[in-house]
Design a protein around this ligand. Sequence first.
Ligand code: NDP
Ligand code: HSE
Length: 460
Amino acid sequence: MYQDHFSLSASSPAGTAPPAAPAPLRVGLLGLGTVGSGTYAVLERNAALIAARAGRRIEVRMVAVRNLARARTVLGEQPGTPLLTDDPQALVCSPEVDVVVEVMGGTGLARSLVLQAIAHGKHVVTANKALLAEHGAEIFAAAQARGVVVAYEGAVAVSIPIIKALREGLTANRIEWVAGIINGTTNFILSAMRERGLSFATALAEAQALGYAEADPAFDVQGTDAAHKLSLLAANAFGTLPQYPQVQVQGITAVDAADVAFAEQLGYRLKLLGIAKRHGTGLELRVHPTLLPESHLLAQVHGSMNAVMVKSDAAGITLYYGAGAGAEQTGSAVIADLVDLARSASLSPAQRVPALGFASGVQPGLPVVGADDVESAFYVRLDLSRPDATVPRVLQQLAADGVQVQRMAQHPHPSDPELRCLVLLTAPLALRTLRPALQAVEAWPTVLGYASVLRVESLV
Ligand code: NDP
Ligand code: HSE
């Protein structure tokens, strides 16, 4: 078991005074919910180990929440317990605080408090991806002008040090694409539906009870949270500011369980992926339910786990796996940023690792390719009456419109015994080519409703 035996003072020759211990890094915590309490617990439990690594102690001096009584139960009553307040403005300008850890969430008050903290010369660590995706340009510029750090490892794929990997480990590389499962809640829901047969609503309620979901879980299930994170990954990979508004986003709310089952019979698994990829002189930025071959490493990522894969020119493909949500799991990343700060706070800003990984040449954005022009293979499901006559016509029409069908299967319709489901896997093509072909087919009286269309990726 780990022993609390680390000492910060070097041994001194007999008769001389020991050197003074370095000043602690003093932290103000904005929020003590899932992430705040996980961060606090790990900082307390591993205090000596963290100090030994950081070179000085990291001490939480102040905590701001709304519900003081609830926070007291987390902090306890021992001597040295941080000052508790329901006035977050007082925390961000307190002379007792060197670094503000923003783990309260939201983009309104959180933005204003982070900007105030920066204006008061405080460094900021945040796990708030919505804040940085939507207001990153303003916040990073303010921090640069004031010479302070804004660090955010906990904001993306919590326990996985993916920001550090992109900014530092892969710094030699021209990155081709970054793709991954970057929302724990939706991966938990898809896994629970598939493995335990839970309904969408029950699986979501479990994810909420476990502290995985956002305050508004629509952010998770509609793909917004993954899009926030993707914009931060892409910024670090390609040297831009976060381009969140340009991300094409589709969540998992419209996923049909029958399509998941049909795709599995063809050897594919459904995952909500975020994909950021070079495309000519621009980028693809997209979040959508995606079919992956079941042998693909990302298809093996279950429950609330996340994984990010990066393809770059020198390192080749690298893969990063770990918890995608949770209290101490996120605390681990928040504290990693605090340790970096404890080590580097006295450096000049030019000597620190740049916020988005590029010391110069960060572009506001690169042109983002529209969904119509993004090429991939597609899974298409059509519900048909009179399949014997309709299937050959469908294939003829698709071929005439330039859609190459590579695999095909038929299944009974999940709820209507009069219908058949025709499932097709196409060769890679642009949605611009597929859409009119499907529109033509959907207009026929023997084709019922709309086609289900899912992108299929191989990511190699
Ligand atoms: P919680 O809802 O569990 O906690 C939020 C905390 O912030 C609570 O302590 C709350 O206080 C406090 N707070 C909220 N509004 C105010 C306010 N106006 N004034 C003072 N305190 C306030 O959220 P999480 O910990 O789950 O998430 C926090 C952030 O971390 C979000 O940005 C989220 O996206 C991000 N994140 C969450 C992860 C997770 O697994 N949950 C993982 C990675 C990032 P009170 O309880 O008194 O209301
Ligand atoms: N709600 C987020 C998720 C928390 O489920 O991934 C971690 O960012």
